[in-house]
Design a protein around this ligand. Structure first.
Ligand code: ZN
Length: 135
């Protein structure tokens, strides 16, 4: 894994939270994006080399809705940038970690992503992400 790419924060209302975090960071989000597959609206703030991703559920079935129901708003996942997501998924699977998706899927911010089950990572939801490069 190369670095912490971003930290994901589950919020109830992304418009309110964008205002709050804009005040907190003294900067605007650089991107707002909906991810259909995950049923979320997201926004991203650039913090040096790392980003903060806010996530609001767009559907009661969304993993974010379930997370907030169980644990309330707060830090939802930590995302690590990887060079080769397939190789890293294979490596982690061999090490005994549980992958939540068996093939990389399209995430927010032009990334291929894979999540690890928090039961295999001390309760922390880990996201692997690799930038999609247009070739
Ligand atoms: Zn993320």
């Amino acid at each position: 894994m190369i670095k912490v790419e971003h930290i994901g924060i589950a919020v109830k209302n992304i418009n309110n939270s964008n205002e709050l975090f804009t005040k907190l960071f003294n900067q605007q989000p650089y991107k707002l994006e909906s991810v259909e597959s995950e049923k979320v609206s997201t926004s991203f703030f650039q913090m040096g080399e790392t980003k903060i991703e806010l996530l609001e559920a767009t559907d009661p079935d969304s993993p974010i809705a379930k997370f907030i129901e169980k644990r309330g708003e707060g830090i939802h996942h930590i995302a690590y940038e990887v060079e080769n997501i397939e190789a890293e998924m294979k490596r982690l699977k061999n090490e005994g970690f549980t992958l939540l998706n068996e093939t990389p899927k399209k995430g927010a911010d032009n990334k291929l992503v894979c999540f690890l089950h928090p039961k295999s990572t001390n309760g922390v939801l880990i996201e692997l992400c690799q930038e999609i490069t247009s070739s």
